[in-house]
Design a protein. Structure first.
Length: 283
């Protein structure tokens, strides 16, 4: 059976511009895919089924929801036997569930010979999660609106990252609920300057231009985030940021050796890299 890779993401920046009437948040983000990924195997079957790390999946799992959404949209009655091996931490701000969902949409679109366009897959994905549109395309991109609007893909070098998800992660809903109790809206990104900073590794400029609007709220809910951020800085990180709604903190290091040395000093830390181009092949 072929194995497909669903890649996590990081937020170089996450600015909340305001709250929409429907309760969602208008955001301005710079996101990039990373090599850390889950592994999904899919083969034809009469019915739909999913196991996650060897156990039957919750019926609400995004992989099953993605497959069901495709069948509902197209009227397809084909099945699939799916097995997911998780490596991306949950409740981490890394988009693991959305990545798995996006991978499922692309693979089943091909396996079931549905012939759906990227635009159609994006429209289906929007209804399944805010990170879905980005996860369907990947790369380094400006992401805005509630997450459904994407700027063009940008080229960027691959950077070594050390990351850790302290305290078992945070609930996205809890973080946004706490943020809305005392919102602090940010100005829109200067996207071109931030993209240039990432492309050139100008971490001082990126630090001055970027923020994560949710980080202060997440730190109040889980102080370990700030502790880990300070520790990475002490270990020589060039740039440190919390990803998404947390609780993952990632740090940029100049070399693989520096990243691995830092990881050895922080409990639970792992090493990965950013992806230097958008991906279309999930194998």
């Amino acid at each position: 059976m072929p194995t497909y890779h669903s890649h996590a993401k990081i937020n170089w920046a996450l600015h909340i511009l305001g709250r929409c009437e429907n309760g969602y948040h208008n955001m301005d983000m710079l996101m990039q895919s990373i090599e850390l990924c889950d592994e999904l195997t899919i083969e034809p079957a009469e019915a739909l089924s999913l196991t996650v790390d060897g156990a039957p999946a919750d019926p609400r799992d995004l992989v099953l929801r993605a497959a069901t959404a495709l069948r509902d949209y197209t009227g397809c009655t084909k099945g699939a036997r799916m097995t997911l091996k998780k490596h991306i931490p949950a409740r981490a701000g890394l988009g693991g569930g959305s990545a798995d969902c996006a991978c499922t949409l692309r693979v089943l679109n091909e396996m079931w010979s549905l012939g759906l366009s990227d635009e159609t897959l994006l429209a289906i994905g929007e209804k399944l999660g805010a990170d879905l549109p980005f996860c369907l395309t990947g790369g380094l991109r400006h992401v805005y609106g509630i997450g459904e609007k994407l700027g063009p893909a940008e080229e960027a070098p691959a950077f070594w990252l050390t990351m850790v998800t302290p305290g078992g992660g945070l609930s996205t809903a809890d973080v946004f609920r706490a943020y809305d109790a005392a919102p602090d809206y940010a100005p829109a990104l200067n996207v071109r300057d931030m993209v240039n900073a990432v492309q050139s590794g100008d971490w001082d400029s990126l630090h001055g231009a970027s923020l994560n609007s949710l980080e202060a709220t997440a730190v109040r809910l889980m102080p370990e985030i700030e502790t880990v951020s300070r520790r990475f800085a002490e270990l020589g990180a060039r740039f440190v940021r919390m990803s998404g709604s947390g609780s993952t903190v990632f740090a940029v290091f100049d070399t693989e050796n520096a990243a691995r040395t830092a990881a050895s000093e922080v409990d639970g830390a792992i090493v990965t890299r950013t992806c230097d181009r958008p991906y279309r092949e999930y194998r």
